[in-house]
Design a protein around this ligand. Structure first.
Ligand SMILES: Cc1ncc(COP(=O)(O)O)c(C=O)c1O
Length: 442
């Protein structure tokens, strides 16, 4: 057994893997990573076209983070959340400067799910209402409340454990909507308003939506949708919580996804790009108005590792890197380049049904037939329905790329430091792998 095989075997024998049946796994054993590349123990190079799990926005191996973390650890590694550190205050101030409007107060969490859990709790505490409305085609995390908030079918195997008082709504997407773009906006808003009436507006604490859709397939909001949702929330005293866990921190070419839609939410849930995976961390940004309620009322939220100094240090340095390296501007520019290159791919490959992208949060939808739009694998595909897409995914890996392939979606979300040459390199791998799918087109 080679050294690499031994590493993989030990992992498979002694650890459990998320969202997979455990038999037959063959993960990449990553020895080191730099920029947009991962390297395994045999020195095979993989271009990382999904930035890990769409979180390593600044790219891999940035030693500025290592240094910031080491410095903080040497000073003080942990204080209770009731003590303070210099770094916590500095990070809070920086986040308040980055966030628009009066989103000036940070409650630090551990990850995306804990940001969402605390957003939901806080919305209920603030409004005194209990219901939370979310979109079916969304993912908000795998802890109990966040999982229930998600409409994503990953929650279905644990359906019996869903938390009460979450109500989901459908928001169709343009590619699979037959009645015209204008009509899509009208119907989506009208159905949301009907639902609010049915559920009782006075019972609804918050609407939670992703800033831009991510793992559900980058399903774009109809133009004007979020603005109308903001108005509906204002009308009924419902809070608007944007989940920017995936779409935040430059991923879409702006600091936050919702900034493409000219709105300001009441809270923002963030994680991933805040520390880019160098350490686990998250944060809930809260408006001054909401925070003020707790000036004289106990804020019933808490985590042992809230405002962890070492994670705060990693986050503050990460934010400086976005600015120093102009990564958000690069994401916007490379996103446009990506769109143009994918347009050429679309002409070459009959299996590409749709391409949806904002900045560098993109997804190819693979179909059996461009006219009928029959998907190459259906929504929530069972393993036996993934035959073709698995072959495509295996080819992608064999050719030296790591990316997220789900059902008939191939995600394209490289680190924001990606260059045109690296985009070409990645797309040529996808193009080669798509020849497999093209053969299945009827
Ligand atoms: C939009 C969104 N929200 C929340 C989460 C959950 O984040 P975490 O896995 O850090 O709990 C994710 C994870 O992919 C996400 O994409």
């Amino acid at each position: 057994m080679s050294a690499t095989q031994k590493i993989i075997q030990e992992n498979v024998d002694y650890t459990l893997f998320s969202w997979s049946k455990q038999k037959g796994l063959n993960p990449i054993a990553v020895k080191h990573a730099q920029g947009v590349y991962l390297y395994d123990y045999d020195d095979k190079r993989y271009i990382d076209f999904s930035s890990g799990l769409m979180n390593v926005n600044i790219g891999h191996g940035n030693q500025r983070i290592t240094q910031a973390v080491v410095n903080q650890m040497q000073e003080v590694a942990y204080v209770t959340p009731s003590c303070v550190t210099k770094i916590r205050g500095e990070l809070g101030k920086k986040l308040a400067a980055i966030c628009p409007g009066d989103l000036n107060k940070a409650f630090f969490t551990l990850c995306g799910a804990t940001s969402i859990e605390n957003a939901i709790k806080l919305a209920r505490l603030y409004t005194g209402r209990h219901k939370i409305l979310t979109r079916y085609q969304s993912y908000h995390g795998s802890s109990n409340g966040a999982m229930t908030a998600s409409g994503d079918p990953r929650k279905l195997p644990v359906d019996a454990q869903q938390a009460p008082n979450f109500v989901h709504f459908d928001l169709p997407y343009l590619y699979r909507w037959e009645y015209g773009e204008e009509n899509l906006l009208k119907e989506s808003i009208a159905s949301l308003e009907r639902m609010i009436a049915y559920e009782g507006s006075a019972n609804i604490a918050a609407i939670v939506l992703e800033g831009e859709s991510g793992s559900s397939g980058c399903l774009k909001y109809p133009v004007g949708y979020l603005k109308s949702v903001r108005e509906i929330c204002n009308k009924h005293g419902i809070l608007l919580i944007m989940d920017e866990v995936m779409s935040g921190f430059g991923r879409t070419g702006k600091w936050f996804g919702f900034q493409h839609h000219d709105i300001i939410p009441d809270m923002i849930a963030i994680a991933k790009g805040l520390t880019c995976g160098y350490l686990p961390f998250g944060c809930l940004m809260v408006s001054d108005k909401i925070a003020a309620k707790f000036d004289d009322t106990v804020l019933a939220l808490g985590l042992t590792y809230s405002a962890h100094p070492v994670s705060c240090a990693a986050a503050l340095e990460t934010l400086k890197i976005y600015e120093d390296d102009h990564l958000i501007e690069n994401a916007a520019a490379m996103g446009k380049y990506m769109d143009a290159q994918v347009e050429l791919l679309k002409q070459k490959h009959p299996s590409i049904g749709d391409w949806r992208n904002t900045g560098l949060l993109g997804c190819l939808e693979i179909v059996k037939n461009k006219k009928t739009k029959e998907p190459m694998a259906p929504f929530n595909a069972k393993p036996n329905e993934m035959e073709v897409m698995n072959k495509v995914a295996n080819k992608i890996k064999e050719l030296g790329m790591y990316t997220f392939v789900r059902w008939n979606y191939i995600f394209v979300a490289p680190p924001l430091c990606v260059t045109k040459a690296q985009i070409n390199e990645g797309l040529s791998i996808i193009s080669e792998a798509l020849k497999i799918a093209d053969k299945e087109v009827n």
